[in-house]
Design a protein around this ligand. Structure first.
Ligand code: AMP
Ligand code: ZN
Length: 455
């Protein structure tokens, strides 16, 4: 934990050091999807960014808890379920499973906790009760609203003029006292098929309160990093801050880290605009390697365009890395010369998680490594290269099956043929030649396979 890690903090607008609340530990909360339809490639961006940010912190020696919630109670879910003629719980359950299996396709592991709003009702009701007691919220009909006027710090995160602070709620049916107030609890309405009992009446939570409750429940207050897409800065994250800080008189999170929007055809990819490509479709078409490469080629805070050309460029970059992995056998020692590139790589990530700058350092090493190989030097692929690729979610490109070269393949086939012909002298000679190239043959149910020789 010797490196100083800095993050561009949305709340202060400054690059600030990561100073964990509990030394050696980092808690991250990133807002996940509302599950009423399959997730799109844009929704995968925070998932990828924060999964990889966690890897980087682990590389730096931190013990990381990454929480990504699932919003499974929501107007959009009621509407979609009604249109499909299924219970909203069923739709939410199916789309949650689908979200998990789609993101599993990225092969970056699961977050440490994936809480559901529907399973966090008790902490939500408790938090709303505290806000009513402290005079920050009021009951109107069976609804409960946050009284923005009672929280003078409101607007610090999004920093926008009051008249632009539209909550985006359905004001026609709302009982709020002031247009800037927002719903914490909505009374049960005809046609909604999920509801819970609360002291102020039967109903269900508003969207913002679930994240305040879940984050506190799992990470406590004053946790280290709160993330999500930049589309959530207002009103969602502004409201999370207001709820938690009004009720607890303590900071919600130390740093606010927002990913830029993935765009498709000059507009933010969004289910409401209708310009979406599903994650599962993109995985089928381009494969997870190209998709992960595409994400890390952009700086997390910048907008990125989803296009055929961008994905093809990413696929070519993947191929270049795979080729380098093939040429640089794991049986040879890694040259010391990789050291400064490795250092530059991780320094770039320490500076506001700059993955394109880290990639540039990696490419510089790949170019130098290829030059050395061209000159006949033996260049090994060792720990340092593997650490860099692992942090980007691309260490599989060094895996044996991807890195087997044609020469080794031919030798293995000759060895098998010799063994079948009981020509053991030739078989042994081929085995020794393979060992010289850094490979050994392992017998598997699928037949013989080449694996790197342990040195
Ligand atoms: P949603 O289901 O729309 O609430 O989004 C789930 C997560 O994906 C949130 O963190 C959003 O900020 C993020 N997100 C949604 N659309 C995009 C997009 N086009 N680009 C990047 N992130 C997005
Ligand atoms: Zn949230």
């Amino acid at each position: 934990m010797s490196r100083d890690i800095r993050i561009q903090d949305t709340l202060t607008g400054e690059e600030r050091p990561l100073e964990p609340r509990d030394p050696g530990k980092v808690g991250i909360y990133a807002c996940g999807p509302t599950v009423y339809a399959p997730v799109h490639v844009g929704n995968a961006r925070p998932y990828v960014v924060f999964s990889l940010f966690k890897r980087f912190l682990e590389h730096e020696g931190y013990d990381v808890t990454f929480v990504a919630n699932v919003t499974d109670v929501n107007d959009k879910i009621y509407d979609a379920a009604r249109a499909a003629g299924v219970p909203s719980e069923q739709l939410a359950r199916e789309m949650t499973a689908r979200y998990r299996s789609d993101t599993d396709g990225l092969k970056l592991g699961r977050p440490d906790a994936e809480p559901l709003a529907s399973e966090t009702i008790a902490p939500i009701i408790e938090l709303i009760g505290d806000l009513i007691d402290s005079g920050h919220a009021y009951v109107a009909g069976g609804d409960v609203y946050f009284d923005v006027g009672a929280f003078p710090e409101y607007g610090r995160l999004s920093n926008r003029p009051r008249e632009e602070m539209q909550q985006g709620e359905d004001d026609a049916t709302s009982l709020k006292h002031h247009p800037q107030d927002f719903a914490l609890w909505k009374a049960h309405k005809e046609g909604e098929d999920t509801a819970w009992d609360a002291p102020w009446g039967r109903g269900r939570p508003g969207w913002h309160i679930e994240c305040s409750a879940m984050a506190e429940d799992i990470l406590g207050l004053d946790f280290d990093v709160h993330g999500g897409g930049s589309d959530l800065i207002f009103p969602h994250h502004e409201n999370e801050i207001a709820q938690t800080e009004a009720a607890r008189n303590e900071q919600l999170a130390r740093l606010w880290m927002h990913n830029g929007m993935l765009q498709f055809g000059d507009e933010k990819m969004s289910k409401s605009v209708g310009n979406i490509r599903t994650l599962s479709g993109a995985l089928d078409e381009f494969g997870r390697d190209a998709l992960v490469m595409y994400f890390v080629q952009g700086h997390y805070r910048q907008p990125i365009d989803f296009s055929e050309q961008a994905l093809q460029a990413a696929a070519r970059a993947v191929q270049r890395l795979r080729d380098f992995g093939r040429r640089s056998s794991p049986a040879h020692p890694e040259p010391e010369a990789i050291g400064p590139y490795h250092e530059r790589f991780f320094e770039a990530l320490a500076d506001d998680f700059n993955t394109p700058a880290a990639l540039a350092a990696l490419w510089d090493w790949v170019n130098e490594g290829n030059r050395r190989l061209d000159a006949g030097e033996e260049v090994g692929a060792g720990e340092k290269l593997r650490e860099m690729l692992w942090t980007l979610g691309l260490d599989n490109l060094l895996e044996a099956d991807g890195a087997v070269d044609e020469e080794a393949q031919r030798l293995m086939e000759e060895r098998e043929a010799a063994r079948a012909a009981k020509d053991f002298a030739t078989a042994d000679a081929r085995r020794d030649q393979l060992a010289e190239l850094g490979w050994q043959v392992r017998d598997t149910p699928q037949g013989p396979q080449l694996v790197p020789l342990k040195t």
